[in-house]
Write a protein that binds this ligand. Structure first.
Ligand code: IPD
Ligand code: CA
Length: 286
């Protein structure tokens, strides 16, 4: 897959202005696409053999496979060969401060449990930050054959075709995705929130890869998404892809989307989803 083709595709829905003019953003995206594609192909080839949990993190079900580590090692090696002065943050431990102002944020396999079970919904997620702001992102899902890309200020694309969020107008017609953390405590709290959400929306989906949930919001194949407990590598690339396709992202009360809560939805329903997720709904939106 040529990086140029996908990078050009990310500008397919071009809106003028913004960071698209910033030197280097397109080059960062092209590099991100090449590297994510190589890492995704490595994981896909590995998936053809036996895949087992190698160790666990926050709980016995929070697994890491050898291919999570191999994918991150490849991404770090390729990026730092190409741009030795950049920083990098990765789920499997990559953490280097650079001097160039560019930092890469990588989830080498997002949707590891799907990967373990040979379900196709997993992806390599790679974003480039410049001076603390994500300017380019790719989510490459090899088993689905999909490459989602975005460049800040220049739109988002799926395999070169511009993306746009859904035209949903009300929460009760909205298909909403969410995810659950790996600890019993986190899941118990999340189920309590879900009992409040599910009677108010069309239905709920749990697909198992946060980056791809955000890309689905971008594509309008989901109307919205929320989750507590996301790390930067879960949402850095997908969050840019969603916003560049017209979604609003954030947390409660005007806060940015963080580990406390990350919400993405088209503008027409974003505020209603925020209020539904807030413990004390605001009267003006009830
Ligand atoms: C997980 C997935 C899942 C989400 C979890 C994430 P991982 O990432 O994105 O959908 O619900 O919060 O931790 O562990 O597969 O990289
Ligand atoms: Ca992961």
């Amino acid at each position: 897959m040529g990086a140029g083709r996908v990078a050009a595709g990310a500008t397919g829905g071009v809106r003028s202005g913004g960071m698209a003019d910033r030197p280097g953003a397109e080059e960062l995206l092209a590099l991100a696409v090449d590297v994510a594609t190589e890492a995704g192909q490595l994981a896909l080839r590995g998936r053809a053999g036996t895949v087992a949990a190698e160790s666990t993190k926050s709980s016995p079900t929070d697994v890491v496979t050898a291919l999570d580590r191999a994918s991150e090692a490849l991404v770090a090696k390729r990026l730092l060969e190409a741009r030795p002065d950049d920083g990098i943050l990765g789920e499997e431990g990559a953490d280097a401060t650079g001097t160039s102002g560019v930092r890469w944020i990588v989830d080498p396999i997002d949707g590891t449990v799907n990967f373990l079970y040979n379900l196709p919904n997993w992806a390599v997620s790679l974003a480039a930050e410049v001076d603390g702001e994500v300017v380019a992102g790719v989510v490459y899902a090899p088993a689905l054959g999909r490459t989602y890309t975005a460049l800040r200020g220049a739109g988002a694309a799926l395999d070169g075709t511009p993306l746009r969020v859904s035209a949903v107008e009300s929460l009760d017609m909205a298909l909403i995705a969410t995810g659950f953390g790996y600890t019993v405590e986190r899941r118990t709290a999340q189920i309590n929130v879900l009992t409040r959400v599910i009677p108010k929306v069309r239905d709920i989906r749990r697909m198992g890869a946060a980056s791809l949930d955000l890309c689905s919001v971008a594509a309008g194949t989901l109307d919205g998404y929320y989750e507590r407990g996301l790390k930067p590598w879960d949402h850095a690339a997908g969050g840019l892809i969603a916003t560049e396709a017209g979604a609003v992202t954030g947390g409660l009360d005007g806060a940015p989307g963080t580990e406390a809560l990350y919400i993405a939805a088209p503008p027409a329903i974003f505020g209603f989803l925020v209020d539904l997720l807030a413990a004390e709904p605001r009267a003006d939106r009830d």
